[in-house]
Every structure is written in structure tokens, then in C-alpha cells.
Design a protein. Sequence first.
Length: 425
Amino acid sequence: MDSTPDTSETKSPKGFAAIWPIILITALFFFWGMANNLNDILIPQFKKTFTLTDFQSGLVQSAFYMGYFLLALPAGFFMRKFGYKVVVITGLCLFALGALLFYPAAEIRQYNWFLAALFVIASGLAFLETSANPLMTILGDEKHAAFRLNLAQAFNPLGSLVGLWIGQTFILSGIEKLDAADFVREAKAVQTPYLIIGAVILLWAVLVIFTKFPRAATVNTHDADEAKLTTGQALGGLLKHKHFLMGVVAQFFYVGAQVGVWSYTIRYAQSEIGITDKAAASYVIAALILFAIGRFIGTGLLRFVPATKLLGVFAVINIALTGYAATAGGQYGLYAMVGCSLFMSIMFPTIFATSVRGLGPLTKTGASFLVMSIIGGAALTAVMGKVSDMSHIKTAIFVPLICFVVIALYGLGSKSAKVDMTKSH
């Protein structure tokens, strides 16, 4: 660890020089929200373009979240060794590379190439998500760290909505039965949006490179206790924390439920009420609006209700909603699916915050494992696709129902405690 004072960055920047790094990092929350929810558009788009089964189209999420799973620990290692800024730049470069790979994938019309591009994008996002949350807490006065992080998080659902709008407007055509010439056009519909995204992300990487950040963002600043731990010691220590292990399991099932519900909302709407993919995308947008509203409502309720208890109650409500969607179907079943998002809103940050509580010097390693648990989005979305192929898309909704049962058990079975939600995702 370099203890030599860096006179160029020891003085706190003033005015716009202090705000600019915050703007750059806040935008990352917007960018990964956009990338995540564009996948909900790609699933129906690739399904018709490549004539895929639901299981095959669900591999979009499998490839994507596999990137999170495999790169979360390396991202944590990079962060401890090189500091936050290097991790952010690396993440942005990988994100941009993956987006630019969509162009050759569309030219040769190979589904596997698209999956590889999505894996690269997610690898970049693993670096960004691992670094951006803690980085926001050191970009300015410590007294206002909570405000900065909550403000940044508010841009995540906004990015999700923009991603869906881009997909609905520029990728989905609304054409269900394709002629021979249509297949080529549908495959190439993703080229321009992803080229623009790749260019913007590369520009952002350049801006970060040439921006002066506080010294704490550019060097290794982990505490001495954590520095003394070997990887084996950190893992062994985490295994002794039963609550943390339960949290990792709950997070796995939560991400599986969230990604599964959003990924197959368009498919569900097409099947149950007979509308086009372009029209059905509006229901995913409505779900994300409810998700954003739920974050504000949930954050307010957390001032009065213990976090794990509120988590458990919201999970029970979603068990009822997914149960209705899986059995009743139709327009009201679709409404129930969309309504789940209101109550999913607090789940990721609540599970994250309650899981790492009390880990001390194991917190950063524990956080990496919670990011790795995002693999639930890959595994369980594929399971939903398989169930749908074997029976019906409506039946596949029993998969997120089971996920919410696990989350309810975690929430209602935990010791109720108010946690500092400013340390969450």
C-alpha cells in the first residue's frame, strides 16, 4: 500500500471540479439499468429472429448473468489492488466492447455471437457495480454520503426505462410473422442502438481517465484488518456467518425472480391477451415505473418497519400475485405480474444490506459473493423457459413464486432489525 502523499490529490477539489466526478459515477447507475432491461427486449426479438424456443431465448439472461458470476470476484480483487478508478475504467471498456460486438453478430446472424457479446457487457457491469456503490460514498463530504448514494441509485430505474424505450422504439418492429427478407432486417435492428451505446460508453471511459478523482478513489485504501486476510481466511470466515449464507441464497432466488418476471412479461402478454411484442413492451415499462415508485415507498416504510419484516411481507404479497398470474392468466393475470414489481423494489438492497451486517473486515469479500449470486438470473430464467416449452408460459410463473417463498422465509425468519439502507445496491 502506497503511503506516500500525493500532493496533486490530497486537497479536496472545489466547485465544479468536486461535482464532475460525482456526475460521471452517477451515470454508471443509469447505464447498467439501461443494459439490464434491454435484455427484456432482446428475448422476444431473438425468439422470432432466430426461431427459438422459450428456453433458447432465455439464454440471453443466462449468458448475461454468467458474466456477473464469473467476474465479481476478479472485480473485487482489482478494486483492492488498484483502487476504484481503474475498476471503473476496466468495466466501461468491457461494456463498450460487448456493445460494439453486436454489429458483427448481426452481420453474420449468429445467435451464439450475440450471447458472447452479452457476456462481455455483463463482465463490464460486474466491475462497475462492484465499485460504483462504495465509490459514491467517498466522492465528497462524508456527511452527505447517504444522499449521494441514494441519488445515484434513483438513476438506475430511470436507465431501465430508457433501455426499454430504446428497445421498443428502435428494435421491436411489431411484426410477428416474418418473411425471408424480414429475418435479416430483424437481426440488424440491434446494430445502430448498440453501436451508439458502445460509443457513449467509450466516451465515458475517456472522461473518467482524464478526470481527477480524490486520492481514495485511485489507490488501494482497504483497511489493515482486511489486508491481512488471505482469500482462504476470508472464505472460511464467511462460512461461519449463517445469516450471510442465507442472504446469498435469498439473493440468488430474488434475482432469478426479478429477471424471470421481467424477461417473460412480453411473452406472457402475447400468449394471454394476444398482442404484439411491441405493444407488450408497454407492460414491462409499467412494471419498471411501479418498481421505481416502490423504492420510494419502501424506503419511507423502512423508517418505521424493520427491514427483514418488510421484506418478508412484500415477498408474501408477491407469492399471492405470482400465484394468481400462474393459475388465472388473462388480462388480470398480466396485471398481477406487473404488480409484482412494486413489491420487488426493496428486495435486492434489503437482502444485500442485512446479509453483510456485522461482517467487519469480511464485508468487501462478502459483497463480491452477493454480486456473484446474481447468477440466479441466468439459472432460473432458463428454468422458466424450459417449463414454458414443456407446458405453458403461464405455468412457468410458478418458478418466481417458489423464489418469493424462499425470500419470505429469509425475511420472516431473520431477526428483525433496522439497517442502514444507504449501504445497499
